[in-house]
Design a protein around this ligand. Sequence first.
Ligand SMILES: C[S@@+](CC[C@H](N)C(=O)[O-])C[C@H]1O[C@@H](n2cnc3c(N)ncnc32)[C@H](O)[C@@H]1O
Length: 289
Amino acid sequence: MPDVRSHTHADRPSAGTPCADDSAAGSPQHLARDPAVTTRANRGWWDANADDYQREHGDFLRDVGFVWCPEGLDEAEARLLGDVRGARVLEVGCGAAQCARWLRTQGALAVGVDLSFRQLQHARRLDDATGQIVPAVCADAAALPFATGCFDVACSAFGALPFVADAGAVLREVARVLRPGGRWVFSVSHPIRWAFPDDPGPRGLVARHSYFDRTPYVETDPSGQVSYVEHHRTLGDWVDLLVEAGFRLRRLVEPEWPDGHRRTWGGWSPLRGSRLPGTVIFCCVRESG
Ligand SMILES: C[S@@+](CC[C@H](N)C(=O)[O-])C[C@H]1O[C@@H](n2cnc3c(N)ncnc32)[C@H](O)[C@@H]1O
């Protein structure tokens, strides 16, 4: 397991070769700044790893459940989206669409979008198992196949945004498909995690990297192709991107590790959760202008 970066909702990928921290032209990090390279790599990675991901985390996520993060914050209690009855809701980077499925039980007209066909096949499997069907489409969050202003709410639990090279493009697309005044709430790894090794044990408590270094975390396959990418933004970067895309930030939630929560997920653990935030949730509204 590499000793750098990456603190996604997903486990760190165990296959592939971590690359040296080198942004020189032609290096994997340089290539990964190209949105097309990142998108192709992550589609392949999620298609290849969706089965393992759902097998390992499906019980925690529940077939019909809205878990915001490895800390276990549940929308049923948090209500960050407000009352969704009758609301047209888009789940961005929905995976197996557990969140959208739960939203439908709350009366929302929820649909999902995800880059990975295999993740969406798991969504179909859960539709069949639960009888709670989520309409979902396979597409890149940077090019949403929906009409302007057609959603009241958009949400994402670690979907798409930690992985994309151009987060601004995704945020602009979300702003486009939301009506003025619509809500946009999404969780990602807390940016401070970037400074620490992705290790659930004591090693993960010592800062070894610069929080300000935006070099992407990249893995390559044996042929040298970029096979997995995560991109880092500081908190300030996120706020700038949100404002530029036309959002007003209303809340920034840093879920605390609950007492008695023993589950380790990748770099998330009770030990680290007692000292460091692992997740940040941005609660925004699309400006009217
Ligand atoms: C960690 S999962 C989150 C899904 C779900 N909320 C969960 O907790 O399992 C990340 C999801 O983002 C999707 N994703 C990655 N890049 C994307 C992109 N550019 N557009 C849409 N979805 C993307 C992946 O395919 C994956 O299903």
